[in-house]
Design a protein around this ligand. Sequence first.
Ligand code: F6R
Length: 609
Amino acid sequence: MCGIVGYIGEQNAAPILLSGLKKLEYRGYDSAGIAVQEESGIKLVKKEGKLNKLNEAAEKELFNGGTGIGHTRWATHGRPSDLNSHPHADSFSNIVIVHNGIIENFRELKDKLSAEGQDFVSETDTEVAAHLISYYYKDDLKNAVQKAVSELEGSFAMAVMSNTEKDRIIAVRKDSPLIVGIGDNENFLASDIPAYLDYTDDFYILENQEMADIKKDEIKVYSFTGELIADKKRTKIDWDSEMAEKQGYEHFMLKEINEQPESLKWLLQDRLVDGEIDLSESGLEKDWLSNYNKIHIVACGTAYHSGYLAKYLLEDMLKIPVEVEVASEYRYRNPLVDEKTLLIVVSQSGETADTIAALRLAKDMGAAVLALTNSRDSSIARESDKVIYLNAGPEIAVASTKAYTNMVAAFYMLAVDGMRQKKNIDPQKVKQYTADLIKLPELSRQMIVQSEEKIKNIAETYAKKSNIFFIGRNTDYTLALEGALKLKEISYIHAEAYPAGELKHGTLALVEEDVPVVALGSRIDIFSKLFSNLKEVKARGAETLLITIEGQSYDKESVDYVIELPELNQYFAGLLAIIPLQLLAYYTALICDKDIDQPRNLAKSVTVE
Ligand code: F6R
């Protein structure tokens, strides 16, 4: 996701800013820019695309100044372009800012500031902050920033410079991380520790609602209400740069599991307007559901599992026929597709060869194509008619985690938006489901905290096994598929998922003393059926792990381990159930000492058939 850097000191700022941005490249971005204070004013260059384009442009500019800020942008408001890239300036080119996060009330602020005569040139929410700071600016940048942030809603980290106060950067943090690196007669600013580890290991980590007033020989930290935090603690970082990219986590996979609350927030925030789902940015009409009489969902691997879950959800909630198929099969048959078909392709990378081929096939046959993807400008994004960007941020580990949860959450949004369009649906129900969606980031955070230690213990046992079964019914079966895939791809332990009722038609023969069986029971409506299947495996000596909603009653004798999910409507609880399964795969593979982030034989982006 977006990255911020800043430098203030005796050296030429531009190369230091560019080297900081390079270190943040792993976060993913689609454009970048820097701004440097020069004698004649603030000089700014920004480019869509990779950093080499910015480097070339910056070289031509011959920057010469010791104070500057820079940014890598992962587009949310407005497409990737030179114009939408950061830094952004106010109408008088006095205030220049870079920003991570989302300003939720940017529409209202934009209307207000436009009425005051400010001209907006980009499609971004960030530009609003530049104009707002300018609106309050008299002669003290810190005061202006402080006034402006009191009006901003949402999550943001920002770095701000003014043309009239050279050699000063104001940095603010609300929800989105920001750190200040302490040097000798020079100081650094970054959204992420790796940016400047080559220059310093001494940092102030800004807390929520703190702001830093940074000069080359002085850093002062204040609260958003303006009180000086005189005892601000310095933090020494003893990470190497690889560890730093993982922000202290041993593996990217664990980092990405832990990022899920944040990435869910990113997905939802962008699509909630006045408490209602708004998918207009994705090109979906207000009444899109009425244009189609069936939906096909096509994807591979984990993305396919999200689509499989969505089949149950969309058919149940929208009463429209949904077919789901792996792309490598779909592309080599003659699917029944016409103009009334909505094809939904799901792909984290947006470059999966089979999914692209399936997309082209259905499009040629007249289907409208909606993509759920994490990658802007990917082939799938470009070739689809409509796109819901997953906003999960870069996913580095081969095993997909946060992209999967955002795929599932994106399908939840689609289902709720579709429900709204149906005549015979109680609007209160739509409201309730929307409110439930809003809870997902916080509930997923609780799920990680509550299940991690328990899962570590269970993993000790699982790491010694050679066969593990996952069972579930309805959406829980699709979670079982995903849980089994995660476990086998990184621990190399054989894992198999079965619809719980189907086990006795053959596979039950493999269940014997001590074979672990994970039973997914988030569907309360059919919990008793799932539990009968759990008892069947227990009767054959299986070691059982039950994942179900807290407060559910069952015969404790049949269950060896239990993980409870916070209470949530059963359509959406599955998203929380996947978290312990991801952790189970991770900790089992850790004990088995496997290459977790890059499992053998697998690639992150499968661009071949
Ligand atoms: C498993 C995994 C893969 C991908 C699959 C599709 O953890 O990541 O199964 O889901 O290769 O990739 P995308 O989503 O990029 O199309």
